[in-house]
Design a protein around this ligand. Structure first.
Ligand code: ADP
Ligand code: MG
Length: 411
């Protein structure tokens, strides 16, 4: 029995019309003799009536009450609705199918409500259902604790559900269906010239995803990579194969992508930059700042340390909390709100000289101020003002020739 996992995002299952495309992909899998696990997200995006954020707007628990358990119960309904609607459609197409919640499908999680960790996946129930059904529709983004509490695993969690069930069932392939043609050289909402990639490595997409390319959740990529299961990111609305995510580009294909320096540009906004001037040169002052941030659960990024100051970034939503902590430590932090991080990712750039200067040149040419930068052998990050985001991402996309026109010129 070969199993295929097909995950459909919120817009893909939103309307009966869209679900016709979903059914076509499922039928295609059945016709190729697969048993199919379908993972669904909640219908649409806010303000659509059953989207996760719309459900959350229904309640406003008092601030002193820890409502996470109830929020998980509420949020889990979105995917349950989707799973039933899709099963209804499948039955009407005479496809034998059954809907299961995450807990019913064997997902055991920790009890960290709203951000639970998948502890185990017990595939027995699904394997049993495959004796009588071709398709098992399971709710993404959720599971249950050993005690039977319903939990959710964090935003983008349906991708992780798909990867985890794929690993547990040793699936042939995990397919992530969404509203774009595949993994692209940049977010097509920001870069009109963005091009769909035929093949990327797990490392590259994981890196892009951690840097903000939310087309697939990085945790899902890690799980697929560890289990060595190929992943495809594809459009729901076409039969095109989309992007293959695999271990090595060379082995799987003779496409000369690997000669390219850069794979893609990712971005992330809503970041605050914090600068703390040290009162004297005692070395433990610097570490005390980061210790205080860690204790408050504030994740820091873009750290630059000098003898006289520390500079770092945090998510915008935690700005007031961080200021409060630093002031209580007698610091007077410099705050720059509304920053964005742009990352140029490419395994091909390791050791290639001149990449950083190309980036700096492209940005300064367009009048984009660089607030901070950092690099590793596969990624260069720059911090800029949010208002410059679109110009900056497009400038980097152009300077590395990632768009369509460049590639036609190369052929
Ligand atoms: P779904 O609901 O199907 O999970 P998401 O909104 O989570 O959909 O992810 C798809 C979106 O990711 C696309 O509509 C696109 O705007 C965005 N995106 C960001 N970066 C990229 C990228 N590099 N390639 C493709 N899409 C991207
Ligand atoms: Mg998604």
């Amino acid at each position: 029995m070969e199993v295929l996992v097909q995950k459909f995002g919120g817009t893909s299952v939103q309307t009966a019309e869209n679900r016709i495309h979903v059914i076509n992909h499922i039928k295609d899998g059945i016709d190729s003799n697969y048993k199919i696990v379908v993972v669904v997200s909640a219908l649409g995006r806010k303000p659509d009536p059953y989207a996760t954020d719309t459900l959350l707007d229904l309640v406003s628990f008092p601030a002193h009450y820890n409502s996470n358990r109830e929020l998980d119960l509420l949020m889990s309904c979105g995917e349950i609705i989707s799973s039933v609607l899709l099963t209804n459609d499948l039955k009407r197409h005479n496809i034998s199918s059954i809907a299961l919640t995450g807990a019913q499908a064997g997902f055991v999680t920790s009890d960290d409500f709203t951000k639970a960790k998948i502890k185990q996946v017990h595939p027995e129930r699904i394997q049993h259902e495959f004796e009588t059904h071709d398709v098992i529709v399971i709710t993404g983004f959720q599971g249950g604790t050993k005690r039977g509490e319903i939990t959710t695993i964090g935003r983008g969690g349906s991708d992780t559900t798909a990867a985890a069930i794929g690993a547990s069932l040793e699936a042939e392939r995990i397919e992530i269906f969404t509203d774009v043609s595949g993994i692209m050289t940049a977010d097509p909402r920001v870069v009109a010239q963005a091009r769909s990639l035929d093949i990327v490595t797990y490392d590259e997409i994981c890196n892009l995803a951690y840097q903000g390319a939310k087309v697939v959740h990085p945790r899902a990529v890690e799980i697929a990579m560890q289990a060595r299961i190929p992943m495809r990111v594809r459009s729901t609305y076409s039969m095109a194969p989309g992007t293959l995510v695999t271990l090595s580009k060379m082995r799987e294909s003779n496409i000369n992508d690997s000669r390219q320096l850069m794979t893609g540009i990712a971005h992330m906004s809503e970041i605050t930059q914090i600068r703390v001037e040290m009162k004297d040169e005692a070395h433990d002052h610097q570490s005390s700042v980061f210790k205080a941030m860690a204790e408050a659960g504030i994740s820091v990024d873009f750290i630059n340390i000098s003898p006289t100051s520390v500079v770092y970034t945090i998510p915008h939503t935690l700005t007031d909390k961080a200021i409060h902590i630093l002031e209580s430590m007698d610091y007077n932090p410099g705050i720059t709100r509304h920053c964005a991080k742009v990352s140029a990712v490419g395994a091909g750039m390791a050791g290639v000289p001149g990449v950083a200067s190309k980036i700096v040149g492209a940005l300064t040419n367009k009048g984009v101020q660089i607030l901070q930068s950092a690099d590793s052998h596969t990624t260069i990050w720059v911090l800029i003002h949010d208002k410059d985001l679109k110009v900056a991402v497009n400038a980097l996309h152009d300077v590395f020739g990632l768009g369509y026109e460049f590639n036609h010129g190369q052929e």
